[in-house]
Design a binder for this molecule. Structure first.
Ligand code: R5P
Length: 292
């Protein structure tokens, strides 16, 4: 039996399978039954190694259900393995990393305690919303970037002289890295979000640079699609050509995809941290690199 087990949470079974193949590890599958009242019942099939276990479980909707399943798997793995690494490809709650309005609870602080309490010695996430979230954790953390993999895909589209755009200032470093890998220029828009209603507005005025160019809007995640829709509407007014969207985590809640397409986006490219129609880029290789 290998000294390494990969335990697949239901939300990341495909990534876990790829990891266990690439790392020649024991694959441990979980069968999950969610009862009418919302409780999860997890049954594992396969042997957990005494050495190291890697639990793989993204925390996308239903967020709290996927979170409790991740914690349960870590806790179970720790009963046998001396070391448990939690790979959380999409780290839900990462946007709750600071007190924006008085009285708000920093849920990332709570998650830090829960992962530690369950028995994880390290957390690996892919493009966490901001590193601020991990500052609340007292166990080891690592964030890996999916940008090289996304860029590799975008290069295959053979766009002529594309221009990278971040929908907000917070995404500046991401857009810079993307543009560097792609060998293009980048620009950041100024976005304002109403902290109470969640509505977004683009504050940037005119932008001559984007006229007649194909653009790649780069973001860490799409949730309601509000940021991408507003940015695309603005960029179309500036007479750009096609707009492509490259993001790591495509939650695409409700009719977000339709709204984005209606705004004029040609293609959404995302990774398999969240499985779905747009998740065409695999991130398992970058996780293997981080673990090895
Ligand atoms: C915000 O800072 C993030 O980077 C994303 O732009 C945002 O969370 C996307 O959310 P939505 O799709 O709801 O606008």
């Amino acid at each position: 039996m290998s000294k390494l087990s990969v335990i697949a949470g239901k939300s990341s079974e495909d990534i876990a399978k790829r990891l266990s193949k690439k790392m020649k590890a024991n694959f441990v599958k979980s069968q999950v039954r969610v009862f009418e009242d919302g409780e999860s019942k997890i049954t594992l099939s396969g042997k957990i190694s005494k050495g190291k276990s890697i639990v793989v479980q993204s925390i996308y909707p239903p967020v709290d259900t996927n979170l409790i399943q991740a914690l349960s798997l870590i806790s179970k793995a720790k009963e046998t393995s001396s070391e448990v690494i939690a790979v959380i490809p999409y780290m839900g709650y990462a946007r709750q990393d600071r007190e924006f309005l008085p009285g708000e609870i920093i849920t990332m602080k709570v998650l830090g305690k829960l992962f530690k309490g369950a028995g994880a010695s390290k957390i690996i996430a892919v493009d966490i919303h901001s590193m601020m979230g991990f500052r609340h954790f007292t166990i080891k953390t690592e964030n890996v970037s999916a940008i090289p993999e996304l860029v590799r895909f975008v290069k295959k589209l053979s766009l002529k002289d594309p221009f990278v755009v971040s929908p907000d200032q917070g995404g500046k470093e991401r857009a810079k890295e993307f543009a560097r890998e792609l060998g293009s220029e980048y620009i950041t828009l100024e976005k304002k979000r109403d902290r109470k209603t969640g509505k977004v507005q683009i504050k940037t005025k005119n932008l001559d640079e984007v006229a007649n160019r194909d653009l790649i809007l780069v973001d860490d995640m799409i949730s309601t699609g509000g940021s991408i829709v507003k940015a695309t509407q603005f960029l179309k007014k500036q007479k750009c050509k096609k707009v492509y969207v490259a993001c790591t985590h495509a939650l695409l809640m409700n009719n977000a995809e339709e709204k984005i397409r209606k705004a004029g986006v040609t293609k959404i490219i995302s990774t398999n941290t969240i499985p779905g129609k747009t998740s065409i880029v695999d991130i398992s290789n970058i996780i293997v690199k981080a673990i090895s």
